[in-house]
Design a binder for this molecule. Structure first.
Ligand code: NZQ
Ligand code: ZN
Length: 381
């Protein structure tokens, strides 16, 4: 087992009704000037926006709306930083999915670090997001997460896209762990099937990225196998009944734990190759992250036999790869790149981008440009 040094400062408040019960007292710990961040409108449709505004009616609220899936540096991050600078924001409250929260983390870190108007310092702001310059301070973040997927509510990272350079990069700093995350599985009742499934695929993939590594422990293997079993079982339950609270809660709990490293303490790092390759797909084509991962996963997997046997009850590498493929297909995830609108034309360009930027030649199972291209090509049919 390798040495580890682990701390997650985030307080998790999980369960039915927790926003109404505790948001006011949590927010009272911060100042009165609150930036509320949200996406394209789902929080208004599910009543969360009105509920939060009602709970915070004594605060001075400023808003950043329309944060898109695969959140964009320009305009969302820059605009959020401008709002923080101009209004002297004390705390940012993110309500929505992982994209809103990721964008909020970049806003919090850039606004805390950058002095002055972000539109006068666009490249400096970008340098902070892509970690060429350190994050030296951050505005505190509270979130109400409404999608079970990324685990952003319990980690210190976010993924930000810069459209003009086809970059989709991981931003992280210990300073942008959310201070408090509210997780009420009831909010996920309204998530469309496509995104429910993509979220489950994202979490399964987070686990697999940590499971397939050089040194690993029995305990971690069991944690991760258990989590994937729970996700596979409860995926089927929510397909039958989207309002099955217990199934939504198990899925959310697994997703929250999935990306923060807790499942892999003492394991060696795998390099997260499927995420590196998927980030090019969703940067170049703006597809849904979890669907991109589901398409890539069965084509990549190596240390597969134990996983297949313990999770799906099948024997052998081929049967295990097929079982993962069949599971995703069986629950209705698109399983080829053409099905999500990607053709052959830019595969080589993306393979080069990933090889140049992601360091996968140093991963546990090293991938060179030609290997990445082969995996993308295998996803065409
Ligand atoms: O924009 P709105 O209207 O809010 O709609 C969203 C969006 O269209 C909708 N939605 C969210 N909650 C809902 C809901 N619809 C109905 N009811 C609800 N309760 O769902 C759509 C997708 O939302 P999004 O936030 O994009 O999904 P997700 O949480 O999967 O986040 C995806 C982003 O996270 C990044 C991905 O790359 C992608 O950019 N990741 C972040 C990670 C992290 N922070 O640690 C790790 C992951 O590996 C991942 O890369
Ligand atoms: Zn992911």
């Amino acid at each position: 087992m390798t040495n580890f040094d682990y701390q997650t400062p985030t307080r998790l408040i999980f369960g039915k009704g927790v926003v109404r019960e505790k948001l006011a007292s949590v927010m009272a710990q911060y100042g009165d000037r609150v930036l509320l961040t949200y996406g394209g409108g789902s929080v208004k449709r599910i009543g969360l926006y009105d509920e939060v505004r009602d709970i915070l009616k004594d605060k001075q609220l400023f808003e950043l709306a329309d944060i898109q899936p695969n959140p964009k540096f320009n305009p969302s991050v820059l605009e959020g930083v401008r709002l923080c600078q101009e209004n002297n924001i004390d705390v940012i409250l993110s309500i929505g999915g992982g994209s809103v929260l990721d964008c909020t983390k970049a806003i919090a870190g850039v606004a805390g670090t950058l002095k002055g108007n972000p539109y006068d310092n666009v490249e400096e702001a970008w340098d902070i997001v892509c970690r060429r310059k350190p994050t030296t301070a951050a505005i505190p973040i509270v979130d109400v997460i409404t999608m079970a997927a990324t685990g952003s509510e319990y980690d210190s990272g976010g993924v930000i896209s810069r459209t003009e350079t086809n970059d989709k990069l991981a931003y992280f700093s210990p300073l942008v762990f959310p201070a408090v995350s509210f997780i009420d599985p009831v909010y996920t009742f309204s998530v469309p099937t496509k995104h429910t499934l993509a979220g489950i695929a994202d979490c399964i993939n987070h686990i697999m990225e940590q499971y397939f590594c050089a040194e690993h422990t029995d305990l971690n293997d069991a944690f991760m196998e258990g989590a994937v079993k729970s996700l596979a079982k409860n995926a089927k339950k929510v397909l039958q009944n989207p309002e099955d609270y217990e199934a939504r809660a198990e899925i959310f709990y697994a997703c929250t734990m999935g990306c923060n490293g807790i499942y892999a303490l003492g394991n060696t790092y795998s390099g997260w190759p499927m995420h590196a390759m998927e980030h090019a797909l969703s940067a170049y084509y703006d597809i849904t992250h979890g669907e991109g991962l589901a398409i890539l996963t069965p084509r990549w997997v190596e240390r597969i036999e134990k996983f297949g046997k313990n999770v799906f009850g099948v024997q052998g590498t081929d049967a295990s790869i097929q079982a993962i493929h069949d599971f995703y297909k069986g629950i209705g995830i698109p399983m080829t790149l053409p099905e999500v609108g990607i053709d052959e034309s830019r595969l080589a360009e993306m393979a080069k981008h990933v090889a140049d930027n992601e360091g996968l030649d140093k991963a546990w199972a090293p991938l060179l440009e030609k290997d990445i291209l082969e995996i993308y090509q295998a996803c065409m049919k």
